[in-house]
Ligand binder design. Structure first.
Ligand code: G3H
Length: 255
């Protein structure tokens, strides 16, 4: 693998992105858009990294999506982490159940031998409904854990695709496009400069809270996501970015 990596000159991209965004960058050879095994490999890399970061009592928050679904799959089952807590970073986003953050959090906890708590609050509720719901004592425990997460591991999506996948109305999809959104992560939409231009109200992690999380791991690859990844890392430099050759070679300029 290292041979292929060097042969393809991917190191150049690692150095470039690391210097520009002050993060650790891992690049999987290949393109996740045309090769499913590349997404699996990103998941494995994320799983290995995650295990190496756990000291014993962390709260890990995870988001949904097909890339995140590969992370628990990449973990070899262990019983080592009984004091670790896994929580979804946000509630259900109207996605297929296997891609929902709740499902992925439970899968991850099972693989790690960790504990988990789920958040059964749909996204996209009206603000007044959401406000009432999050004050419910049965939810406050998990919400406070989400907000105290030590590690956040999340995917990055293409704005329009994610808006559609989450069943936003045609009107809302148009608004998001008009506002210039190219990227989506944890329900927030970003333009090419990395500015938040739209969001779906949620009981989970808020945009300002990201900055308080000591370890953020962003995982996203595939040629089509290049711009979305750049937009997101312009908004926030994660500690670790795990991506692929398809994404990094599709942009002339990562600045
Ligand atoms: O928030 C980003 C999306 O969850 C990414 O989804 O991994 O299926 O492309 P994906």
């Amino acid at each position: 693998e290292e041979f292929i990596f060097n042969l393809k000159g991917l190191n150049r991209y690692v150095t470039n992105i690391e210097n520009m965004y002050n993060c650790h960058c891992l690049i999987v050879p290949g393109d996740a858009d045309s090769d499913e095994s590349v997404k699996r490999e990103m998941g494995k890399k994320a799983a290995t990294l995650l295990k190496s970061l756990i000291r014993g009592k962390e709260i890990i928050a995870v988001t949904g999506g097909s890339t995140m679904a590969e992370v628990p799959r990449g973990i070899t089952k262990t019983m080592e982490y009984e004091n670790v807590m896994v929580v979804p970073a946000r509630g259900g986003l109207g996605e297929r159940v296997e891609y929902q953050a709740n499902t992925i959090a439970a899968e991850m906890a099972k693989k790690l031998g960790a504990k988990y708590k789920l958040l059964f609050v749909p996204e996209n509720l009206r603000p007044e409904t959401l406000k009432t719901i999050i004050e419910e004592p049965v939810l406050s425990e998990v919400i406070s854990m989400i907000k105290r997460a030590d590690i956040l591991i999340h995917g990055i999506g293409i704005a329009e695709e994610m808006a559609r996948r989450r069943g936003l109305s045609q009107r809302e999809v148009e608004i998001i496009k008009e506002k210039g959104a190219v990227a989506e992560a944890f329900g927030y939409y970003f333009d090419i400069e990395g500015k938040v231009v739209h969001y779906t109200p949620s009981a989970g992690i808020g945009i300002d809270e990201i900055k308080n999380i000591s370890t953020v791991i962003s995982v996203a690859g595939g040629k089509k996501k290049a711009l979305a990844i750049k937009a997101f890392i312009k908004f926030f430099s994660p500690k670790y970015l795990i991506t692929d050759e398809g994404a990094v070679t599709n942009l002339m300029n990562w600045e």
